[in-house]
Design a protein around this ligand. Sequence first.
Ligand SMILES: Cc1cc2nc3c(=O)[nH]c(=O)nc-3n(C[C@H](O)[C@H](O)[C@H](O)COP(=O)(O)OP(=O)(O)OC[C@H]3O[C@@H](n4cnc5c(N)ncnc54)[C@H](O)[C@@H]3O)c2cc1C
Length: 584
Amino acid sequence: MARFNHDIVIVGAGLAGLRAAVEAADQCDVAVISKLHPLRSHSGAAQGGICAALGNEEEDYPLWHAFDTVKGSDYLGDQDAIEVMCNDAPRAIQEMEHYGVPFSRTKDGKIAQRPFGGHTRNYGEAAVRRACYAADRTGHVCLHTLYEQCIKRKVRFYSEFQMLDICETDGVVCGIVAYEIRTGDIHIFNSKAVMFATGGYGRAYKTTSNAHANTGDGLAIALRHHIPLEDMEFVQFHPTGLYRLGILVTEGARGEGGVLRNASGDRFMERYAPTVKDLAPRDMISRFMYQEISEGRGAGPKKDYINLDLTHLSLKQIESKLPEISTFAKIYLGVDPSKNPIPVQPTCHYAMGGVPTNVDGRVVIDEKNTVMPGFWAAGEVACVSVHGANRLGTNSLLDLVVFGRRAGKDMVQFVKETKGKMPIQSDADKYVKEKLSAVLARNTGEPVGKIREELQQTMMDNVSVFRTEETLSRACLEIKKLRERAKNTVVNDKGKEFNTDLLDALELDHMIDYSQTLIESAYNRKESRGAHAREDFKTRDDQNWLKHSLCWMDESGHTQIGYKEVNMKLSQENAKFVPKERKY
Ligand SMILES: Cc1cc2nc3c(=O)[nH]c(=O)nc-3n(C[C@H](O)[C@H](O)[C@H](O)COP(=O)(O)OP(=O)(O)OC[C@H]3O[C@@H](n4cnc5c(N)ncnc54)[C@H](O)[C@@H]3O)c2cc1C
């Protein structure tokens, strides 16, 4: 075992982690810990774009962007945080451009912008061009650019180190415990500030656009330290996953003019959202797709998918603006999108909820927003909350660079004010060592993969686009059984080097923990809002439910639910967006 010392330890090398590192590296000693090589982080898979009201292609303003984000969130997003993000967006994009991101261009050389779901002109009049992009490889180029900026600033990377715990002394976070995947050694990192940027958790579902690494480790580790998770019931299903595979086809395909059609070729979104049609927000389109399918209008022999039609776009447009997804359709489904429509179905895509933070990325631990000293979080693992009950496309990449930077700045300030080393208990790695030995000591039991598959199926069947008391009760029972079974899994590889079987077992425990908070928060919320559609409570109920859920978990897996107020005010005096029915 080694002990490492740094001013700041950032866990996660996606865009949120790297943006924070860039911010802090000139003034502090910064380490980034990642279970993957940084360039394999899921941020690199982002396709469609990153938005800002630049107004490069048509008139646009940050306040319009803020309105769309509040409305898109079904009024659950905190309006102060949304305002911070939308106002900072144009600066953030310019900064990314100056760092070297090769954005696609307009004819006169400005950053090109395309329409995206739920982004509108003049408070809902029509779709607006707000998403900046680099073909359909936006996340890839942003991730590479920020990685280069980190290397230039001599950020210390520990790649293929998996965090298994945080070090906490008297309620102050002062480091992490990590497992070196190459050697099987356990190390302690001591720091003044710890930041989680560990990304999303889509792997709890069977059909997902998320990478294999998205197992929500940060969420489960926070839970274990008595930090609640906020708004876990809100899980985004993206309308266009490749049929049966879930691999994403960016909303940019519809931004470029693609349309959704049912079996008889009818462009059904014209009926449901007459103003923005195929560019309505994702929660709504996913529901309408299922409605078409359940009423017998699905395409294919089993009538169970919808067609995404790009055949009317020019070959040049497909090749220059959507090269990646066009290759995916050809490779995985044998469909050439310039000739035939792409079979699609909703796929689990994004976590609106997560570790609660304030606008400076500081983790908060209760209804009163009490800060936990030494601890920050940003990106998909965090809930700040700008996405509320439903995120608009391209707002996540923006959230990462805006709040990643703010967390970086705040950590620098904290480090400067904190003299000396943070105290760390000598047995900080005790929990991890005991856990690993217990898993390795079992020689018989069920395979981890079997329980994981059942968990994914349970979540898919009972806690996806539509939910009812019945499905959620079933999921509650199932998850408790899976938790018991997971205590007796067997890991056949007993070695130290690259023991991914062992890590799978630990990740399964994480998945069970946060899935339970998700199910129970969903069970408790007796209304429909954004991505949480209860068939037994079909309408939004602002009177009783305009509030954030918080869910705590104790050592034995029992949960406790609490609620927190939504911030309904913009910074301008008395200005706010008042909840209305969401129509597009
Ligand atoms: C296919 C796809 C396309 C998308 N397209 C868009 C888009 O066009 N626009 C948009 O705005 N959003 C998009 N999104 C959403 C967006 O990409 C993600 O929300 C975002 O990239 C998450 O970034 P992050 O920095 O929080 O984490 P990630 O990029 O997911 O990175 C997580 C990091 O944490 C590390 N990590 C996790 N657990 C541990 C651990 N236990 N120990 C050590 N390290 C750990 C990983 O190694 C990784 O480096 C897309 C998402 C997907 C899946």
